[in-house]
Write a protein that binds this ligand. Structure first.
Ligand code: UT7
Length: 329
């Protein structure tokens, strides 16, 4: 029997219209364009504005583009997985809201919280449902409205994050293309360096902890940076070695876009030249679960059937990992 692999058969992305440039941030906090560019690579980020709009609204825009491109009827969708840390609500899940908004009445749906690794965790999870043969069309979304949890008086975090969403359609493939392998890891002891302290069951929201800003993203940049450089580079090298790939065999690295210096270190470790690395951090900043599908969407026209692609991410948790896939169209 031919092995069923889960293949990405369509991709789309969406970023909101409003743009927040480094020059805009200079007016809000004590920072400057030179610092932000040289330390992170970011020039601007997109921000979702408008009352009552949340993460699901960006995801829906991306999914509508995907449906149009692929000619998909929402009723054909079996399952929706949404990687996000900025869910519309604590419950129900954003994926439930998305399924309603797009009319995916035959789908079941859930969110997956793995911070910046949310997309590769969700992709790996979604691929299992295809590989069993039971499901034929799975939507994997990575979307975050980071502006809803960023403190715009904290220069150490507000320059980094942006809002955005991306989505892929997963379908069965029997020609050998699709997802080949993944290595996923987590280490919850990293939570002290990167977390949203209030708003969960440990510290429910109160007037006091909101006044203290505990509902915002808290990040100690240096320890997260060190762990990200090591872990993203290690896991990317590991998945290449495990699958007998050299730098020459890899067509594209699709790295999580947290910091240009982390991306460069990962690419160097993998033996890749810069033209094989997808980088759009300068335009979007760090959109958390959105970064990888937004890259795939931006580079879609350059991808060829059979291309060897490594996706790689590191984020809060800590969570990290890499996925090896062969592009299917
Ligand atoms: O995606 C999820 C995972 N997250 C990451 O991967 C992020 C990992 N961390 C990083 O990317 C980097 O640590 C940051 C970009 C967050 C910070 O860069 P850094 O080179 O590690 O800077 P730093 O925290 O060591 O700060 C260096 C200096 C400090 O000043 P002093 O103490 O040397 O006087 C900071 O106060 O830069 C200062 N600083 C800033 N200056 C201007 C911090 N933020 C800013 C800013 N503008 N926005």
């Amino acid at each position: 029997m031919t092995e069923i692999k889960a293949a990405i058969t369509g991709v789309a992305g969406y970023v909101p219209e409003d743009v927040l440039t480094n020059a805009d941030l200079e007016k809000i906090v004590d920072t400057n364009d030179e610092w932000i560019r040289s330390r992170t690579g970011i020039e601007k980020r997109h921000i979702l504005k408008g009352e009552g709009l949340g993460t699901s609204d960006m995801a829906v825009k991306a999914i509508e583009k995907l449906f149009k491109k692929t000619g998909t009827d929402p009723k054909e969708i079996d399952l929706i997985i949404c990687g996000t840390v900025t869910a519309d609500y604590n419950f129900p899940s954003t994926a439930n809201v998305i399924s309603d908004k797009i009319g995916a009445t035959n789908a079941w749906s859930f969110d997956l919280n793995a911070a910046c690794s949310g997309f590769i965790y969700s992709l790996t999870t979604g691929s299992q449902f295809i590989e069993t043969g039971k499901y034929k069309k799975v939507l994997v979304v990575g979307a975050d409205k980071m502006s809803s949890i960023v403190d715009y008086t904290d220069r150490t975090t507000c320059v980094i994050f942006g809002d955005g969403a991306g989505v892929v359609l997963l379908e069965p493939s029997e020609d050998g293309n699709g997802i080949q392998d993944s290595i996923l890891r987590s280490d919850g002891s990293g939570r002290k360096h990167l977390l949203q302290r209030a708003g969960g069951s440990v510290l429910p929201l109160t007037k006091e902890n909101i006044e203290d800003g505990l509902h915002y993203v808290y990040q100690e940049g240096q320890p997260v940076f060190k762990a990200a450089v090591t872990s993203m580079a290690d896991v990317s090298a590991e998945i290449m070695e495990k699958n007998g790939l050299t730098g020459d065999d890899v067509n594209w690295l699709v790295p999580h876009q947290a910091n240009l210096r982390i991306i460069d270190a990962t690419a160097r470790r993998m033996g890749l030249t810069s033209e094989k690395v997808m980088i759009n951090i300068q335009r979007y900043g760090n959109t958390t679960a959105g970064t990888i599908p937004l890259c795939l969407s931006d580079w879609e026209s350059q991808l060829k059937k059979g291309d060897n692609i490594i996706l790689s991410a590191f984020g809060g948790g800590f969570t990290w990992g890499a996925v090896y896939l062969k592009w299917a169209y």
